[in-house]
Design a protein around this ligand. Structure first.
Ligand code: GLC
Length: 450
């Protein structure tokens, strides 16, 4: 489970103590043996579900067996913002921090200088990765991280309930989702009489965190409301389509979505969904694993599709992580070896099967061992080419965190009813001009390109 922001400092101390122990044991080992085994420290931002942890431990043991290199895994907090704060602390000069880090796809522009260029080591592997994914980890021609897992916002839906309420397929549009969610919610509550007043049509991530930036970008991009800041550096967020998309989400809060939705982080939505208390959920590819785990009340009662379309397109926010080597690492050679192992075909194929993680190379989607257990991956492979919307992290570089923070706060203030959507959009536009120095203008028209 996640760790809250105030606990970050404590986590850093725990990590620093763990690092000291690693360093001490290495020193001791060095005294007794000429060929002391190298121990790498690795910090991974991925969600710590039990299934995920077990598989990752197994992978690391296998790597040690193959190479003799030990790996010590450090814990990480839940939300992207807390993680970034912790990574920054660990990457301070003088702190003997981890050797290998996973970094969120939105961080290369922020942490660029803290990691070594991996291009010379991975030219071959990189040539087979979806080009849009590699581009996200490249800053000024430097490969800041090697793509590890590809992620995208998806719609989870209850197949049993859709059947029961006469729907042959998941919603194609956001309007359809709204209608279906409302109908199923009324029916399920009536069925359960008084005990099940807590059944909801649609759960998502509405707390003011990076996940809200991802949700809201999906709503507005689908309606033609642009990508907050366009590729040509135009601040486009203050437009009628984005405003309408935010207003629609405001309407969901307390109707098809819980009033507490405005406080929901990743785990909150997932917990309601897994408990069987929602008809639809917006989540990432990894949400599948816990939903389908043995003992899950909704096991075999759900499926996954692309998010619904708006009037312009059908898109999911592009997410995921890459693997990076600290410029302070004293074992860069071994760190590169660990990365090579973690992105290998074998590991990616196993992860796709056991963790529902989407591979980063299109060729892997052709394999029967990937598609067989996960037919929905065919959909993802297409989505990574044409159905993703990227957050404006590459264009805004170091300013991205501030940009995203301003955006999520603006949308959140609409969801809570604190400000109207036009008011929030107007003041957000001003703030983004101040933060970035870019000019304002309309969203780019036409099909959204990643
Ligand atoms: C997922 C995505 C990541 C995103 C985060 C937001 O972990 O992979 O890119 O920033 O969710 O919560």
């Amino acid at each position: 489970m996640g760790i809250s922001a105030p606990a970050n400092r404590e986590l850093v101390i725990r990590i620093e103590v763990a690092l000291c122990i690693v360093v001490l044991s290495l020193l001791l080992a060095n005294c007794t043996s000429v060929h002391a085994p190298v121990t790498l420290t690795f910090v991974d931002q991925e969600w710590a579900t039990t299934t995920f942890n077990e598989e990752r431990e197994r992978e690391l043991r296998e790597f040690t067996r193959e190479t003799g290199i030990q790996v010590k895994l450090l814990p990480s907090p839940e939300s992207t913002r807390e993680q970034l704060a912790l990574w920054r602390e660990l990457l301070r000069p003088g702190v003997s921090g981890p050797d290998v880090y996973t970094i969120d796809v939105i961080w290369p522009g922020i942490l660029n200088e803290d990691f070594i260029d991996l291009k010379p080591y991975f030219a071959n592997e990189i040539s087979g990765v979806f080009p849009a994914i590699t581009a996200s980890y490249t800053v000024d021609n430097k490969l800041v991280a090697v793509p590890y897992d590809a992620n995208i916002g998806l719609l989870y839906y209850r197949t049993d309930l859709l059947r029961e309420y006469g729907y042959g397929e998941p919603p194609r549009t956001w309007d359809e989702l709204e209608t279906m969610a409302a109908r199923i919610q009324v029916g399920e509550r009536a069925k359960a009489k008084k005990s099940k007043t807590e059944f909801w049509g649609f759960v998502w991530q509405g707390a003011a965190t990076e996940a809200l930036t991802c949700n809201a970008l999906e709503w507005q991009a689908a309606e033609g409301g642009g990508k907050i800041i366009e590729k040509d550096k135009t601040i486009s967020v203050n437009n009628p389509d984005a405003i309408r998309a935010w207003q629609r989400a405001e309407r969901w809060v307390g109707s098809i979505s819980p009033p507490g939705e405005v406080g929901y982080k990743e785990w909150d939505a997932l917990n309601v969904w897994i408990a069987g208390d929602a008809a639809f959920m917006r989540n990432w590819t990894l949400g599948y694993v816990d939903s389908q785990a043995a003992g899950s009340p909704i096991r075999n009662k759900f499926d996954v599709s692309l998010l619904p379309a708006g009037k312009a397109s059908r898109v999911g926010t592009f997410g995921g992580t890459g693997l990076a080597v600290s410029r302070f690492s004293t074992h860069p050679r071994e760190a590169v070896e660990l990365i090579r192992y973690l992105i290998s075909k074998d590991v990616q194929v196993k992860r796709s099967r056991l963790l529902s993680e989407a591979p980063t190379r299109p060729e892997l989607y052709e394999l029967p061992e990937v598609l067989g257990p996960n037919p929905r991956f065919a959909l993802l492979s297409q989505a990574f080419r044409t159905g993703i919307v990227s957050r404006p992290s590459n264009i805004t570089g170091k300013k991205y965190e501030e940009v995203s923070n301003a955006y999520m706060q603006a949308v959140h203030s609409v969801l809570t009813g604190e400000r109207t959507a036009p008011e929030a959009a107007t003041s957000l536009e001003k703030e983004l001009v101040r933060i970035t120095g870019f000019k304002k203008g309309p969203p780019a028209r036409g099909i959204i390109k990643p």
